[in-house]
Write a protein that binds this ligand. Structure first.
Ligand SMILES: Cc1cc2nc3c(=O)[nH]c(=O)nc-3n(C[C@H](O)[C@H](O)[C@H](O)COP(=O)(O)OP(=O)(O)OC[C@H]3O[C@@H](n4cnc5c(N)ncnc54)[C@H](O)[C@@H]3O)c2cc1C
Length: 141
């Protein structure tokens, strides 16, 4: 499961990056009230958060993969990484839908599909609740 959890989320890091880039491109080109929506701080901050969480998710995944290769146990790292990356993916997908407004909700754009796929990531390979149980157990709780 350590191996599965770390490698699964490596692909999710790629999806988070794609969603961030999709949101960025849309925020630069979609205009409302005479300016690109990316000029509105409420929109820009969502994308700034996506970038911040993307880089954190990437580093966490690299570190866990290194530990998987070089340490005796990577269970705690695997749970922390699975929890953080999958919940970041859901948040990023939800914010991507929000940034796309009505277009984010309709099936012609692939944004709503990304959100549906993202939700599964907090369920398979151990739900978020189970990852928190594992982390708490490692902390002696
Ligand atoms: C897209 C997708 C792909 C999947 N692929 C696979 C696969 O390839 N192979 C496979 O074997 N399975 C797969 N699954 C199944 C997945 O592993 C299970 O759905 C998951 O482990 C949760 O089990 P459950 O559905 O029985 O939910 P339940 O165990 O009934 O959980 C329901 C809710 O209760 C919570 N809960 C349960 N027990 C506890 C507890 N002790 N402490 C706190 N909260 C708890 C859960 O976190 C969840 O929120 C997949 C699921 C999805 C959605």
């Amino acid at each position: 499961m350590d191996w599965e959890r770390i490698l699964l989320v490596a692909s999710h890091v790629g999806v988070i990056e794609r969603l961030m880039e999709t949101s960025l491109a849309y925020a630069r080109t979609r205009s409302q009230f005479g300016q690109p929506i990316g000029k509105f701080q409420a929109v820009a901050h969502k994308i700034a958060d996506m970038k911040t969480q993307l880089e954190a998710a990437r580093l966490l995944t690299y570190r866990s993969a290194w530990r998987l290769e070089n340490s005796r146990s990577a269970s705690l790292d695997a749970s922390i990484t699975k929890l953080f990356v999958s919940e970041t993916l859901v948040k990023t997908a939800l914010d991507t839908v929000q940034i796309h407004g009505g277009y984010g909700f309709i099936a012609e754009f692939e944004v709503e599909r990304a959100l549906r796929d993202a939700v599964g990531s907090t369920i398979y390979s151990g739900t978020s609740e189970m990852q928190r149980n594992i982390i708490a157990r490692w902390l002696g709780l």
